[in-house]
Write a protein that binds this ligand. Sequence first.
Ligand code: ADP
Ligand code: ASP
Ligand code: MG
Length: 425
Amino acid sequence: MALFVHKYGGTSMGSTERIRSVAQRVAKWARAGHRMVVVPSAMSGETNRLLALAKELAPASPTPQSLREQDAIASTGEQVSVGLLALALQAQGVPAVSYAGWQVPIVTDDAFTKARIQRIDDARVRADLDAGKVVIITGFQGIDEAGDLTTLGRGGSDTSAVAVAAALRADECLIFTDVDGVYTTDPRIVPEARRLATVSFEEMLEMASLGSKVLQIRAVEFAGKYKVPLRVLSSFTSWDIDLQEEAQSGTLITFEEDEKMEKAVVSGIAFNRDEAKITVMGVPDRPGIAFQILGPVAEANIDVDVIIQNVSHDGRTDFSFTVNRGDYARTIDLLMNKVIPATGAAQVIGDAKICKVSIVGIGMRSHVGVASKMFRTLSEEGINIQMISTSEIKTSVVIDEKYMELAVRALHKAFDLDAASIAAE
Ligand code: ADP
Ligand code: ASP
Ligand code: MG
């Protein structure tokens, strides 16, 4: 008898009709003799609605106190979902019990709006599973040591599910969503995108960190750390599809490189519109300056992504980096008020209308000229590259937001990822 964790995203839980279908699917797995834990998200649009309400009344600049309240508000979406799903299962004669994060408990740190899971107590869940119940646990939320509700960041239900699967040593964690797997790029942007039957853990980690929202980055990190078998698949097939067939469908995240994967130089294209670029100009070029600029930013719990320091002219240089767009105004304030006075830099300028486009593939390790092909493709489209960052298995560029779709389509084609070019082989 295997133990499975199913995660259902917002669209999959989008209406009572959809929730009934989720319950039927879960009931099918439970009736096949499996021990089942289900982690649903809030109904689609609900978290946005709750956050918009909070924003109407919250202070202009968030404070630790206001973020605490924001989390208490945002986490209610998942609270409703678990209850509805438990009712739908019970109505089908399947014993089911729902828990909020604090009831399990799923204990996190106290970084409101982006809390990290620290531990999960599995005793209560195991007792219910032993008693033959389906256990339904809220995604997205946890509780800190002080007893306050926390949330794990947007898309955080993926992380809840993988963390629960790790804690319970589940046989597999299945992420049910509104696409039937992980694609070479977002199929909503490039209709020619292809589904990958498998993707390596490392590639998935890069794709998630570079903006492919199909899985939250921390979910992939958890899966890697605890070796949780992870699969992304569709909740939009008919619920009564054959279980064996369903269990093999979608995209499996693999931990071993196989021959097939080594062939693809570029496996996928990721993009992220949620970043903003900030440049501190006229910075004195001396040792320790990067720390003087980025130290206060890190202390304010602001994540920095791509960083560029230009060559100095007249002993002064320009220092650029990107942050999440949501942290843009706060970072500019911080630089103006703390960093400029402390360093004697000339000024701070910013651009929130940028995006980052990345090519990802473990095959890039053993191939030269991949980045230059990317740059050539973009130049042929007349797209100016503002920043570049590379690692062994990815190259990212920061470009004007208005060219994002053009860049993604052109790169998808240039690296032979289009379904048509594969079919033609
Ligand atoms: P859920 O609500 O189920 O968590 P999300 O909207 O968070 O779903 O994630 C699924 C979406 O991710 C898809 O609808 C798709 O538009 C988007 N997406 C982005 N990149 C990819 C990719 N490489 N493969 C598949 N889907 C992707
Ligand atoms: N409901 C949360 C969100 O919209 C978490 C999730 O869906 O994964 O971000
Ligand atoms: Mg999601």
